[in-house]
Design a protein around this ligand. Structure first.
Ligand SMILES: O=S(=O)(O)c1ccc(O)c(O)c1
Ligand SMILES: [Fe+2]
Length: 363
């Protein structure tokens, strides 16, 4: 497969937004209880082995496909393109990169039309579509919206061994970086890239990959996030909370991470910021900045760095992982990720007086 920076590429498809994710789950009924009964996603259609779900502001057929299968994995990460001709552009673009490409005029999933699926240069099952069945938009259906209405799919986060080459490929595909995490030696640990005018449609997290780290759904208000935590407690499901609630440094969003019955990670996310101006400044965080991933207080638990969902190739087989060779963030993070700076007893109390940092294993 060719490097995006090494070939003269035809024009990329015009990607509008990240629109849907297809997850394979090993117990569809258990998954339905989590994604529908607990999180409140709307069922557009369902059968014995597949459920198509959407968020409340969505008007196309689905934002999430749950398909029952033997191995929990991500089967497709779907982006909507601006016009049907963008599918031709997609075929040519990814063929020029030497990627495996398949096109189905009737779509791979119910409710979507002509669709291109690609094993992209990062090893992810990328889906591009334009035509989609319109369904009822429930943005005003406040009588149906529960504790924390999930109103749209916001982004996906992908684990990749080498973030800079992932960034190069995605920039060739028309994405733009909004934030990243680096160290003084120029190692990039993570990057956030957008098509829609918010912080990201896709993030790249350095690690063994390809793996899907999470899919994020937006709710309207930060109080919806804490109300969901209260609901999980009442349902005796608080054990599905992995990280948060808290305020991110990167993106400035309020967040909560949950794990579904198969371990697929979902982020509930709200209130990031506008990035649509052409001169939107990139925000770069130092990997040793304790407030980069949590602005005020929650540690990043080790599982958040180490665990993620495998992805499938276009034949439905699990992609083997490529090992990351650069430093891992959990290994180099001096501070305890969001804990306050350790200040000397009786010291002046300012950050400059801080003596060292708490290690991630210290409370
Ligand atoms: O943990 S980070 O603040 O880096 C972060 C920022 C935005 C996200 O969507 C995310 O998953 C994680
Ligand atoms: Fe996220």
């Amino acid at each position: 497969m060719a490097e995006a920076s090494a070939v003269v590429l035809p024009p990329p498809p015009d990607i509008v937004r990240c629109a849907s994710v297809e997850l394979v789950v090993t117990d569809l009924a258990a998954a339905r209880r989590f994604w529908v009964d607990v999180l409140g996603l709307v069922v557009t259609s369902e059968s014995d082995d597949v459920i198509h779900l959407r968020t409340f502001e969505e008007f196309i057929h689905h934002n999430l496909v749950l398909r029952e299968g033997p191995v929990a994995a991500a089967a497709a990460i779907s982006y909507r393109v601006r016009e049907p001709a963008d599918l031709d552009r997609a075929e040519a673009f990814f063929a020029a990169l030497g990627c495996r490409v398949e096109r189905r005029p009737d779509g791979f999933a119910e409710g979507f039309g002509d669709t291109v699926r690609v094993e992209d240069p990062l090893g992810f099952p990328l889906e591009l579509f334009h035509d989609a069945e319109h369904v009822e938009r429930l943005a005003w259906a406040y009588d149906r919206q529960g504790t924390a209405p999930l109103v749209r799919l916001d982004h996906v986060n992908q684990v990749v061994p080498h973030v800079p080459s992932g960034r190069t490929y995605l920039e060739a595909l028309g994405f733009r970086v909004t934030e990243d995490i680096q160290d003084a030696d120029g190692v990039t640990y993570a990057a956030w890239l957008r098509r829609k005018p918010t912080v990201h449609d896709v993030a790249l997290t350095g690690g063994d990959g390809p793996r899907l780290h999470h899919v994020a759904f937006a709710t309207r208000e930060s109080h919806h996030v804490t109300a969901l935590c209260d609901r999980l407690g009442a349902l005796r499901r608080s054990d599905c909370i992995e990280r948060g609630p808290g305020r991110h440094g990167v993106s400035n969003a309020f967040y909560l991470y949950l794990r579904d019955p198969d371990g697929h990670r979902v982020e509930i996310y709200t209130q990031d910021y506008w990035t649509g101006d052409p001169d939107n400044p990139v925000v770069t965080w130092d990997v040793h900045d304790n407030q980069r991933r949590d602005w005020w207080g929650n540690p990043v638990v080790p599982s958040w760095y180490t665990e993620a969902s495998p992805v499938l190739d276009l034949s439905g087989s699990v992609r083997p992982l490529v090992t990351r060779h650069e430093a891992g963030e959990m290994d180099v993070t001096i501070g305890a990720d969001g804990f306050s700076y350790t200040r000397p007893p009786g010291g002046s109390g300012d950050v400059d007086g801080a003596e060292g940092f708490k290690l991630g294993t210290q409370l």
